[in-house]
Design a protein around this ligand. Sequence first.
Ligand code: URA
Ligand code: SF4
Length: 263
Amino acid sequence: MAATRSTKSATSASIAKSAERGARAGRTTRVPAAPRAPRAGGTGSAADFIPPRPTLPKLRAASKGCRGCNLWRVGTQTVFGEGPPAADVMFVGEQPGDKEDLAGRPFVGPSGRLLDAALEAAGIARDRVYVTNAVKHFKWTRGEKSARRIHKTPNSGEITACHPWLEAEIALVKPRVIVCLGATSARALLGKAFRVSTQRGKVQRSETVGSVIATVHPSSVLRVPDAEAREKAEKEFFADVRKVGRELKRSGKPGPGTGDRGR
Ligand code: URA
Ligand code: SF4
């Protein structure tokens, strides 16, 4: 412990349907026990668990034992980021969802499938992309009428406690462009005053991390109940991801994310 601190034709409609099927299946298959009520037990910051001279593999290994906040009691496991170590672009979500919590990998559920479809439509090769989350444990509560695990938004203490992991990932991957998916991620990287609703799709230039673009979270697209409105939300999300593609082109020569850029 350191002292210092792919689916070409995927539409949101079909993804939402398969999410429903998954949820139904989840009820009869593996449903983990209800979370213990969060209580004191975190150290207050993930910084307490960051290894000295970190590399991505070292960070990933150390994150498994993180007790920076109380969410280690709630989620099944730490879900660390994934992707090429020198990815051009990093997508930052909120926290792992139900599927990610069980798989131990980010964006493998319905939101990830919509993200993959948007990347493909924008011509951004998946092997140039690193995906991660602002908070690395799944925060959830039991649904009142079903056994489904219902996502709960992480609070600012949890977002702050988990931030050192994200900071370390950014420092090592050094992406040219960071994309915040949803308000939690935008808040973590662009500050509390940032409003996704009015500032989405606009390139923010940050002194510390280069270009940052925020858009909605893909799960918010999947949750739109009305089919027509959902289609519109999906188009807007895809349009924002296309802007990411343009920013990538503008900010440097496109190339494979695994290329050696001196890291
Ligand atoms: N939503 C997120 O924000 N992250 C994931 O990894 C999956 C769903
Ligand atoms: Fe650590 Fe983040 Fe998990 Fe909290 S949510 S225990 S800070 S990895």
